[in-house]
Design a protein around this ligand. Sequence first.
Ligand code: UDP
Length: 318
Amino acid sequence: MSVQQCLITGGAGFIGSHLAETLIKMGEGVVVIDDLSTGRWENISHLKGKKGFRFVRESILNKAVLKKLIEGCNVIYHLAAAVGVKFIIDNPLKSMEINIKGTENVAELASKEKKKVLFTSTSEIYGKKERRRLKEDDDRILGTTKIARWSYSCTKAADEFLLLAYHRQKGLPVVIMRLFNTCGPRQVGDYGMVIPRLRKQALSGDPMTVYGDGKQTRSFTYITDVIEAMIALMNHPWAVGEIFNVGSEEGITILTLAKKIKALSKSKSKIVLIPYEEAYEKGFEDMRHRIPDLSKIRKFINYAPKVNLDEMLRRIVS
Ligand code: UDP
């Protein structure tokens, strides 16, 4: 494969920085655009000076800068977005602006230039569906607009609609992936993510905060498996115009997760149950279960996560 110039929006974030690192190792050119609002320079500072790497500190809301970067690249990994349930609830306006206007800018400019876009959407899209294995073409069930959490799901769904409309009407080559809970080094708990939060609490001996009754389930995917899927989907010719779940089918309750992290870190922390209203906001609604059906991505790229839950916790916690 010849060298590609890859633009990564949000490339200083947890996932974007791992993607940048992998693409540079593969010999690709990488330009990261990130305003460092939730991304961090430390995530990519080790790439400074590496052949083919460039960092632009700017928001994707700056259309003039984004236009130049899109003109100069071959493909776009569009990751820049508001992240984390806590961040969305604390910053509802900023979240909507970046998720809606930002993606609109990427879609419009990429479409003019006919540059392929891989968009990282989210399993939040499915809302509070109870069915355990979520499929790409499932209906979505969302709560009232009074609950800020659901705005994230809606903005990401609007992004999917927009990108698919550009694909149908203007021929924009786009691939959509819906990420389920991802974890790995560089992920921080500041915006709500459960594993880094529980890890930090366990290591410092603070109470480990499990929200609700702790019986809600999630499935976690290790970052290297996600990055592999991302690059494979970007380079798969038939993936264009399609939506893919990317995650793991190995579910766990959050209470069991907390117990595992406590045991692995040999922590003396207490595990405490915190009501959702206290953790987030009045009327907060959580998803009870969220596990993907992976048959579609398996069929397209032979996807099978290599790192299981115990192994990823060992890598992250110890
Ligand atoms: N959670 C928790 N304690 C925390 C942070 C999160 O019990 O300190 C719960 C949260 O309510 C949810 C699950 O862990 O049920 C995963 O939360 P996260 O924010 O990581 O991702 P989500 O799946 O909600 O997008």
